[in-house]
Design a protein. Structure first.
Length: 751
C-alpha cells in the first residue's frame, strides 16, 4: 500500500473527511471557492491508494489544461510514483486518447490528428472556396463571418448536434417560415447546415478531428466498441474537478461510463460556471443527483482567503447570484481589498506597478502575484505599459506581435510582396549589419530584373549601388538562405534558426527573463508552423495569409501558454480569468473594473439556430450571469490581497465605476492624481495604427504594425504641425510624419 501522505490527509475538516471516505455511490461535493474541493479530491485519491486501489484504476478529469496541471501537481506532491501511472487530464485529452487508441473503429487511420483553430480555419477556407455561398459571402472577412461560423459549429458539437440534425431542423424551419424575413432566416440556417456538413466531411477526408469532436467521438466509441467499453470500465474511480463546467456532451460522456463505474465522485461550484458560451449549465450540477442517483454534500469553510476578501465575494454572491453562500473564514491574517481609481489607463498601470512593488516589499514574491483580466486583448493593453516600466511579467502577449516573431515572419515573407520590409528588418540584424538603403537597393534591383528577393540575395555581386558592408551582409544572408526557394515554412525556419544563423545564440547565452520569454515565444511559433505543415501545406505565402487571419480573429490564445520550463521565473503572472480557474495567489490585481469592461458590454455575434435547436443559442441572461461568475472567480483567487482598479478614461472614452463594485460592501478607494504625459515623442512603436505606419518613412516599423490595431485602439488622435499627427497609445504620445497627406493621396477622407 502507498504510504499515507502527510500533507493531504492531516488537517482535513469533518465534511472534507466524510467526502474523502465516501463509499456510497456517486457523490457531488457542491461548495464555494477555496473550501478545499480540489484538496479533498486529491486526498480521496491518496486515501484510496492507501486502501490498495491501483493508480491505473483512477480517472481524474477536468476541463481546462491549467486546472488539470494543478490537479496533477497536487497528486504528484502527495504521491509522485502513483501520479505517473494515473490518468489525470482534461476531458478533451481523454477523448483524444480513446480516438488515438481506436482510430479504425471510427474510420480513421492511425495517423489521425486534432486540428486546432488554425487548422479548422484552413479547412473552412479551402473547402468553402468551392461553395456558392449567399448568406456567408463574407466568410473571408475573418472578424465578420468566420468567427461566428466556427463558434456555431463548436456549439453544435458540444450539444451533439450532427450536420444531419442541423439540416433537418433547418428544413423544418424553412417549411414553417412565412414572410420574407422568416424565409431569409431559414435559408441562412440551411446554408449554415451545408457549411457544417462540408466542413465535417473535409475533416474526415483529412483524417482529422477538431476540438469539439473529441468528446462526441469518444461517446460513440464507448457505445459501439466493446474493447473501448472494457478499457473504460477499468477505471473504477472517476473523479471530476470543476464539474460546473460540464456541458451536454461531457455529461453524456460521464453517463457513458457511469454504468461501469459506480464510483463517480465530482466537485463543483455552480457560481464559478464560466463556460456557458460552451454550453456549460449550472443546472447540470443540480441535475447530478438525478442523472447519477448520487448524493450531494457541501463544504462550508474557506481556507484560502483573508476575511475582507471572503466578505466581498460572499456579498457579491448573495446580492448578484442566485446561489448564495456564507463561508467560515479560517485565515486570521488581516489581508486587504482595495480599489484604485486613476485618470487614465497609463496611470492605472502605474498604480498597479506601485502596488506590485508594495506587496513585494511586504514579502509577497512576484511569482505569487497575478494580473487577471477577461481577455487577452485587455491583458495586452495593461501589460504593454507595465512592460515599458520594466515590471517583470510572465506573459507572451500577442505572439505575432513580438519582435522576435516579427523577425521570423520577415524571414518567411522575403519573397512575398512585403519582402522589402522584411529584408530591411532581417538584414538589419546585428549578424548582417546591413543598412536599410542597401537592403532597399537590393529589392529595387530585384524588381527591375523581375527576380525574387531570395534569388537576388544569391547574386549580390551583380547589384549596383551597394556599400561594401551591405554587400557582405546581404551575401551572408544569401548563403544562409540558399536552396530555400521552395522550402516550407517549417524547413526554412528550422534550418535558418538551428543550422545556419546565429539568431538563437545570444538568447541562449543570456539568462534573463526577457531572453527566456523570447525563446518561449519562438518555441510557440515553431509549434504554429509545425501545425501548418501537418495539414500538408508547404506554401509560405499561404502560411502568412493564415497568420494574418489568426491575428485578425484574435484566436492565437492556444499559442500563448507559457511552457513549464519558464514557470520558475520570478515574474508577475498574467492570465485570463478563465485560465485562473482553481488557482490561488497571495496578491491578485484586477484592473478594468469599469463600465463597458466588467461586466462587458460586448456580446459576440452568433448565428441564430433553428427553433427546434434552441439549446444552441445563448439564453438572454447567460451573458450577464457569465459576467458575474467571471468576477466571482477572479476575486476568489486572492489569498491575502485583492487590488481592484480602473481608469476614468479608456481609449478616449469616459468610464465609470463598474456596477459590481457597489455590491461588495465598504471598499477603501484611492484616487491617483494625474502624472504629466510625455509628449511629442517621435518615432513609431509596434503598437501603432497601420494607417499611421503606412505613411511612415520608417519601413522597419511598418512590419511591426499588425492590422489588428484599429483607430479605437488609440487613446487619442490629434492633428499636429505640417500634416503630422499626435497619436497616443497606451498613454504614450507619438508624433507621426506626413500620414494625412498619404491618406488623402490614397483617396481616404481624413478629418
Ligand atoms: P476553487 O473553487 O477555487 O477551485 P477549492 O475548493 O478547490 O477552490 P482548494 O484549492 O482545494 O479549494 O483549497 C484552497 C486552499 O485551502 C488551498 O491552499 C488548500 O491547501 C487549503 N485548504 C483546503 N482545505 C484545508 C484544510 N482542511 N486545512 C488547511 N488548509 C486547507
Ligand atoms: Mg479547485
Amino acid at each position: 500500500a502507498a504510504p499515507l501522505p502527510a500533507t493531504e490527509l492531516i488537517g482535513l475538516d469533518k465534511s472534507q473527511r466524510e467526502a474523502v471516505e465516501w463509499n456510497a455511490g456517486p457523490l457531488l461535493l457542491d461548495a464555494g471557492p477555496g473550501t478545499g474541493k480540489t484538496r479533498t479530491l486529491v486526498s480521496r485519491i491518496t486515501h484510496l491508494l492507501a486502501q490498495n486501489v491501483r493508480p491505473t484504476e483512477f480517472l481524474a478529469l477536468t476541463f481546462s489544461n491549467r486546472a488539470a496541471e494543478e490537479m496533477r501537481e497536487r497528486i504528484s506532491a502527495a504521491d509522485p510514483e502513483a501520479a505517473i501511472q494515473m490518468w489525470v487530464g482534461t476531458f478533451h485529452a481523454f477523448g483524444l486518447e480513446l480516438i488515438k487508441k481506436w482510430p479504425s473503429a471510427l474510420g480513421f487511420s492511425a495517423s489521425v490528428r486534432v486540428l486546432d483553430q488554425t487548422g479548422s480555419i484552413a479547412v473552412l477556407e479551402e473547402n468553402l472556396e468551392k461553395l456558392d455561398l449567399v448568406h456567408f459571402q463574407n466568410l473571408y472577412e475573418p472578424a465578420y463571418e468566420l468567427a461566428p461560423v466556427l463558434r456555431a459549429i463548436s456549439r453544435c458539437k458540444d450539444e451533439l448536434v450532427s450536420p444531419d440534425d442541423y439540416a433537418h431542423a433547418a428544413g423544418e424551419a424553412k417549411r414553417a417560415a412565412s414572410g420574407d424575413e422568416a424565409n431569409e432566416a431559414a435559408d441562412k440556417m440551411l446554408e449554415f447546415a451545408h457549411i457544417y456538413r462540408v466542413y465535417d466531411q473535409a475533416l474526415r477526408e483529412a483524417n482529422a478531428v477538431d476540438f469539439g469532436d473529441l468528446i462526441q467521438l469518444s461517446i460513440t466509441l464507448i457505445n459501439v466498441n466493446p474493447d473501448v467499453r472494457e478499457y473504460v470500465s477499468g477505471f473504477k474511480h472517476v473523479l471530476v474537478d470543476e464539474y460546473q463546467d460540464v456541458n451536454f456532451a461531457s455529461a453524456q460522456l460521464l453517463q457513458a461510463f457511469a454504468g461501469a463505474n459506480p464510483n463517480l465522485w465530482v466537485v463543483a461550484d455552480p457560481r464559478q460556471s464560466i463556460y456557458r458560451f460552451r454550453g456549460a449549465e449550472p443546472d447540470n450540477v443540480a441535475q447530478f443527483v438525478n442523472d447519477f442517483q448520487g448524493a450531494r454534500r457541501a463544504l462550508s469553510t474557506n481556507y484560502r482567503s483573508t476575511r475582507p476578501i471572503v466578505s466581498a465575494f460572499e456579498r457579491f454572491a448573495n446580492n448578484e447570484m442566485n446561489s448564495a453562500g456564507t463561508w467560515k473564514v479560517k485565515r486570521t491574517e488581516p489581508g486587504s481589498i482595495g480599489m484604485l481609481v486613476a485618470p487614465s489607463a497609463r496611470e492605472e498601470a502605474e498604480g498597479i506597478r506601485d502596488r506590485i512593488e508594495a506587496l513585494r516589499a511586504e514579502g509577497i514574491a512576484l511569482a505569487d502575484q497575478v494580473i487577471l483580466a477577461r481577455s487577452h486583448l485587455t491583458l495586452a493593453r495593461i501589460t504593454a505599459p507595465l512592460e515599458a516600466m520594466n515590471v517583470p511579467l510572465l506573459y507572451l502577449g500577442d505572439l505575432f506581435e513580438r519582435p522576435e516573431i516579427r523577425d521570423l515572419l520577415s524571414l518567411l515573407a522575403l519573397d512575398a510582396e512585403s519582402g522589402a520590409i522584411g529584408l530591411a528588418r532581417l538584414a538589419g540584424l546585428s549578424e548582417y549589419g546591413v543598412l536599410r538603403v542597401d537592403a532597399l537597393a537590393l529589392v529595387k534591383w530585384s524588381r527591375a530584373n523581375e527576380i525574387g528577393v531570395l534569388d537576388a540575395l544569391t547574386r549580390t555581386a551583380d547589384v549596383p549601388d551597394l556599400s561594401d558592408r551591405g554587400r557582405v551582409g546581404l551575401a551572408r544572408l544569401g548563403v544562409q538562405l540558399s536552396g530555400m526557394l521552395h522550402a516550407s515554412p517549417w524547413t526554412m525556419l528550422t534550418t535558418w534558426l538551428f543550422e545556419r544563423s546565429n539568431y538563437l545564440r545570444p538568447l541562449l547565452v543570456r539568462q534573463d527573463p526577457a531572453a527566456q520569454q523570447q525563446l518561449v515565444a519562438i518555441y510557440q511559433f515553431l509549434k504554429v508552423t509545425a501545425e501548418f505543415g501537418a495539414i500538408g501545406e508547404r506554401s509560405r505565402r499561404r502560411f502568412l495569409a493564415r497568420i494574418r487571419r489568426i491575428e485578425a480573429l484574435n484566436e492565437d490564445t492556444a499559442y500563448r501558454a507559457i511552457s513549464s520550463e519558464a514557470t520558475d521565473m520570478d515574474a508577475v503572472r498574467v492570465m485570463t480569468i478563465h485560465g485562473s480557474k482553481g488557482l490561488e495567489f497571495r496578491g491578485v490585481h484586477l484592473p478594468g473594473i469599469a463600465t463597458m469592461y466588467m461586466p462587458s458590454s460586448r456580446k459576440p455575434v452568433r448565428i441564430p439556430p433553428p427553433p427546434s435547436l434552441a439549446r444552441l443559442a445563448m439564453g438572454a441572461d447567460d451573458h450577464d450571469n457569465e459576467e458575474r461568475s467571471l468576477f466571482f472567480v477572479a476575486m476568489s483567487r486572492a489569498r491575502d490581497h485583492l487590488a481592484l482598479s480602473r481608469a476614468d478614461r479608456y481609449t478616449s472614452r469616459a468610464a465609470s465605476a463598474s456596477k459590481f463594485l457597489g455590491v461588495l460592501g465598504p471598499l477603501t478607494t484611492t484616487h491617483r492624481s494625474p502624472t504629466p504625459q510625455p509628449s511629442g515623442q517621435t518615432g513609431l512603436t509596434r503598437a501603432l495604427h497601420p494607417l499611421v505606419a503606412y505613411a511612415a518613412t520608417d519601413l522597419d516599423t511598418y512590419i511591426d504594425c499588425p492590422a489588428r490595431y484599429g483607430y479605437q485602439a488609440a487613446d487619442g488622435l490629434q492633428g499636429g504641425p505640417e500634416g503630422s499627427a499626435y497619436v497616443s497609445f497606451h498613454g504614450c504620445v507619438y508624433r507621426t510624419v506626413g500620414w494625412m497627406e498619404a491618406e488623402r493621396a490614397a483617396g481616404n477622407s481624413v478629418s
